[in-house]
Design a protein around this ligand. Structure first.
Ligand SMILES: [Zn+2]
Length: 324
């Protein structure tokens, strides 16, 4: 990967080796004329090396991802032994202010990449990001959570066709690695088109923060940095007891009834076929439906909503794991 350079040109500024710098990325003001600044936190070692771009908060309500990047900065993991680390803890500041997934124009930022110069606000933002920040990156890490009340077990998503990313996902070593195609309009799809390596981390749920999920995100990042010889010698490389489970196929169990949902199992747990996963009841103490696993597998997402409608996705379960 290493496109090793002495000077780093980003957002119209030139950042020399061995410097720390925060640049504010401005794209639009709030309608109160209040400035919206998106801090871009840059750390460069004196030694040349690759440039890593670490982002979160493309979806403004995905706080757990923001927390991962915050910890990376607060613990000074972003001060590299060589090369450069750029952290953007909150990309969609507009959504973050309102604890909302979307941009103020109602668009999902992660569906408008690579963006257009004169499009919607979200599209313009994506365009600026792709053209003014992404070009300097050799490798990207992007942190997300499950949407609404769906809690994801910590996992990394990679396109199975990309062998190099598969190898990096194994080094990251989240509890699970999900083989999944790139979604049209996503940041990940644009990275793939531009041949930028990216690992997308998913863990926890929106409007929520879990210490365990944050730990998986931070420790995986440290393993990647160590692999690239960028982790500072002050840190020990965190070890996970087991290797990431690679998921080839998975599926959603949906609610057969509307009602109150009562979860009976833990996220990340292995379940047997016909094991009880939850019950769905009416509010009147009459109806009680038992939700059972339709096959054995690991539960990688649990809908933690107290109420569901018939057809709502409630459990994401693995169907086939890769042997490696
Ligand atoms: Zn997201």
């Amino acid at each position: 990967m290493a496109k090793e350079t002495h000077t780093l040109h980003i957002l119209g500024e030139e950042i020399p080796l061995g410097t720390s710098k925060i640049i504010n990325f401005n794209i639009a003001k709030l309608y109160t004329s209040t400035k919206v600044e998106i801090p871009v936190i840059i750390e460069r070692s004196k030694k040349i090396g690759p440039t890593i771009l670490i982002t979160a908060g493309i979806h403004g309500d995905e706080i757990n991802g923001v927390e991962v990047v915050r910890q990376i900065i607060a613990k000074k993991i972003n001060k590299p032994a060589k090369g450069s680390i750029i952290c953007i803890p909150v990309l969609n500041v507009f959504g973050f202010l309102n604890m909302n997934r979307f941009f103020p124009d109602g668009r999902d930022l992660n569906r408008v990449f690579p963006g257009t110069k004169n499009g919607s606000l979200a599209s313009r933002f994506a365009y600026q990001f792709i053209n003014e920040i992404l070009p300097v990156a050799d490798f990207c890490l992007d942190f997300h959570t499950g949407g609404a009340s769906r809690f994801n077990a910590a996992h990394v998503r990679v396109d199975p066709k990309n062998k190099k990313l598969m190898a990096l996902a194994k080094i990251f070593n989240a509890p699970f690695t999900l083989l999944s195609k790139n979604l049209d309009g996503s940041y990940r799809a644009t990275c793939a088109k531009k041949e930028k390596d990216i690992l997308l981390f998913e863990g926890g749920k929106s409007q929520n923060s879990s210490k365990e999920i944050a730990r998986e995100g931070v420790q995986g990042t440290m393993r990647i940095l160590h692999h690239l010889d960028m982790l500072h010698a002050n840190f020990e490389v965190p070890v996970r007891e087991s290797d990431t489970l690679i998921i080839k196929k998975s599926f959603w169990i949906r609610a057969k009834y509307s009602g109150l949902l009562h979860i009976k199992i833990d996220i990340g747990k292995h379940v047997e076929k016909d094991e009880t996963l939850a019950t769905i009841t009416d509010p009147y103490g009459k109806m009680r439906h038992v939700v059972k696993a339709t096959n054995e597998g690991y539960v990688i997402n649990v809908n933690e909503s107290p109420i569901v409608y018939k057809g709502d996705a409630i459990f994401h379960i693995t169907k086939e794991l890769a042997d490696e």
